[in-house]
Ligand binder design. Structure first.
Ligand SMILES: [Zn+2]
Length: 282
């Protein structure tokens, strides 16, 4: 009786599995018949999902997949002087490009920052704090999923130069693990809290294949409530290769952002990702 039940269960479990195999085989045969010699380039695009069977994608999903692949292909290789530098404040002065960076996020305002960036269709780089990623995982995921570059801004924003080598290493490990636990991504940049560092901090970053990024334009937006003042400082001080420091979680910075973007454009600057800006270093 027990054996029979077991056999019955087994048969029952195998039915959907066999059905999927049969569907895959039929689809394969059909595409070979309908599009001979176009295997993989015809309209029968599909991916194998986690359960192991083929799942057709709708048009929107195919577009998303293509964009994702495009982004990965577009990931620029950083020139070797970038890796040999102790840190970078500014990229090449030969090219009229600048990069906007946001520290101290994610934050509940992150989505609004992204809305503005998307309205103007520009890239930016977000330096994330580990404990903020734990507090706002959806916002962190949004930054990564929407294709923005990210860097580590430490685990809990302590002054790293005051810490032992072991504690610094521990901080790096925790901050990187926290980000990767939210979304698998390529982390290439590190910015020390308060711009404070010593040789151990720099070396630890290098050990983790991270380039230490500082800035050359700082409107001190964290202590200003006037969006016009923030925007004016950025626009007046921007120069070729500039890395601009702004902060997340600030209403005044959020309001200044459209003025900053339009002001930089009016001065003829292209606003690019940190990778693209650093690719000009030689
Ligand atoms: Zn900070």
């Amino acid at each position: 009786m027990q054996t029979q039940l077991l056999l019955e269960n087994k048969t029952y479990v195998q039915i959907p599995y066999l059905r999927y195999i049969a569907i895959i085989l039929l689809v394969g045969l059909f595409s070979f018949w309908a599009f001979p010699g176009q295997s993989g380039t015809g309209q029968t695009e599909y991916v194998v999902n986690h359960e192991g069977y083929a799942d057709f994608l709708d048009e929107e999903e195919i577009q998303h997949l293509k964009e994702h692949q495009m982004q990965n292909q577009n990931r620029l290789t950083l020139p070797s002087p970038v890796f040999s530098s102790k840190f970078i404040r500014q990229a090449s002065k030969d090219v009229k490009k600048v990069a906007i960076t946001f520290d101290d996020g994610p934050h509940f305002l992150t989505g609004k920052y992204i809305d503005i960036l998307q309205t103007y269709d520009i890239m930016a780089t977000f330096f994330l704090i580990g404990i903020q990623v734990e507090k706002y995982p959806n916002e962190a995921k949004k930054i990564i999923d929407e294709g923005y570059e990210i860097g580590s801004h430490s685990y809990n924003h302590k002054q790293l130069s005051k810490m032992s080598a072991d504690s610094i290493e521990n901080d790096f490990q925790k901050s990187l693990a926290t980000i990767i636990s939210i979304a698998k991504t390529d982390i290439r940049f590190f910015r020390p809290p308060f711009g404070d560092f010593n040789d151990t901090v720099i070396q630890t970053a290098k050990n983790h294949n991270l380039v230490t990024i500082l800035w050359c334009v700082d409107p001190r937006d964290w202590q200003k409530d006037n969006p016009e003042q923030i925007a004016q400082h950025v626009i007046e001080n921007a120069e070729n290769g500039a890395i601009i420091l702004l902060h997340e979680g600030r209403e005044s910075t959020l309001k200044a952002l459209p003025q900053i973007i339009e002001g930089l454009w009016e001065k003829g600057f292209e606003i690019v990702s940190l990778s693209e800006l650093l690719s000009t270093v030689h």
